[in-house]
Design a protein around this ligand. Structure first.
Ligand SMILES: Cc1ncc(COP(=O)(O)O)c(C=O)c1O
Length: 371
């Protein structure tokens, strides 16, 4: 048996007809850059998230960057985020000429630890970006309370959390804006690059629509210095089709997470993910923690069980962020978990038999490594 980390073909096959029809419509109307299919998806995605507005952009990185620009964040400002994220969260801050300021994460959820935020706030702080890592939302109530008290914006990086919930509210709908990536492997993935911002702020929605389109509201009348961050028409059409299936796919991921939990319960040396009491997790990633991570991943690959690591190096220790001078030991919880994470195969179509095979292989490999 083979257990791939992700199998996009298994997701595509049952919707092949719907996708072909949707793409054909874009071709027939030659609506390639922005246009009606993007507008339709924006409407549907805003409704799905429980937000008033949604703006389709070229990627999750664009979504973060454009949102920061749209909120007026720039040179000399500081933005608080976490070190255990994909570099894009920090890159977006840096490309606004602002400085990323990290706070450590909660050891149970691996999300921003709200008790660490106050100490990181300075006169220069303008915004907080909690990252809903692996498909579970950060503890938003205390984050929003601090932000409101200190007059800071909150931008949710919901790139891994399409459909996740916090006390019944959808990811992206709580902060001033929510940023999503539709990179193909995400819970809602495009067939290329795409992203979106959701917000309840009408002025921000308007600004974002201009920023993503060279700062114009009317063709060639550019009132802002913007960028080309438009979503492709084909991506809009594909995402509309796939959004209809997202609730069932998320349920499939939750079902598979529960099967992993069942098979891994009590496994020696394995820490399984925890779902916080406030959360509806959507398991973009099912990450366990083990001490001897690299040797385990190699042993599993030999058994045709394929794992990933999200992410091996916390952002503050990446070469790209050397200039921040944040050495080892700066954020101990994020650093320890980054050294131990193993992302097990996870997608809706994974079967119980595959999970049983993977977890058996995992326990055997761990026993062999320990002997
Ligand atoms: C947490 C997080 N933020 C931002 C991004 C960037 O998204 P994209 O790859 O669509 O630019 C990703 C995805 O790769 C992500 O996982």
């Amino acid at each position: 048996m083979k257990v791939p980390f992700l199998d996009l073909k298994a997701q595509y096959e049952p919707i092949r007809g719907e996708i072909a029809e949707a793409i054909q419509q874009v071709l027939d109307r030659t609506a390639f850059a922005g246009g009606p299919f993007v507008a339709q998806f924006e409407k549907e995605f805003a409704a799905f998230c429980g937000a008033r507005f949604s703006v389709g952009v070229g990627s999750g990185t664009d979504a973060l960057w454009m949102t920061l620009l749209g909120l007026g964040i720039g040179s000399g400002d500081e933005v608080i985020t976490v070190p255990d994220t994909f570099i894009a969260t920090a890159e977006a801050i840096s490309w606004c000429r602002a400085k990323p300021v990290f706070v450590d994460v909660d050891p149970g959820t691996y999300n921003m630890d709200p008790s660490k935020i106050e100490a990181a706030i300075t006169k220069k702080t303008k915004a907080i970006i909690p990252v809903h890592l692996f498909g579970q939302m950060a503890d938003m109530d205390p984050i929003m309370e601090i932000a409101r008290k200190r007059k800071l914006f909150v931008i949710e990086d919901a790139s891994q959390a399409h459909g996740a919930e916090y006390k019944g509210k959808k990811a992206g709908s709580i902060g001033d804006a929510g940023c999503f990536s539709f990179y193909p492997g995400k819970n809602l993935g495009a067939y290329g690059e795409a992203g979106a911002v959701v917000t309840n702020n009408e002025a921000l929605d308007k600004t974002m629509r201009m920023l993503r389109d060279h700062g114009q509201a009317k063709k060639y009348y550019h009132s802002l210095i913007g960028w080309n961050a438009r979503m492709d028409g084909i991506q809009g059409a594909v995402l509309s089709v796939k959004l209809r299936h997202l609730p069932a796919w998320n349920e499939g991921r939750c079902r598979n997470a529960a099967i992993y939990d069942e098979f891994l319960k009590g496994a020696k040396g394995v820490t399984i993910p925890k779902q916080a009491g406030y959360a509806k997790h959507v398991y973009h990633i099912y990450a366990i923690r083990v001490a001897d991570r690299d040797r385990l991943i190699s042993a599993l690959a030999e058994k045709d069980i394929h794992c990933g690591i999200h992410y091996p190096i916390p952002v503050h220790l990446l070469d790209a962020y050397k200039s921040l001078n944040l050495g080892k030991g700066s954020f101990p919880v994020a650093e320890k978990s980054a050294a131990e994470f193993v992302s097990l195969p996870m997608f809706a179509e994974l079967t119980r038999e595959q999970i049983e095979f993977a977890t058996k292989g995992l326990k055997q490999s761990l026993a062999a490594l320990a002997s």
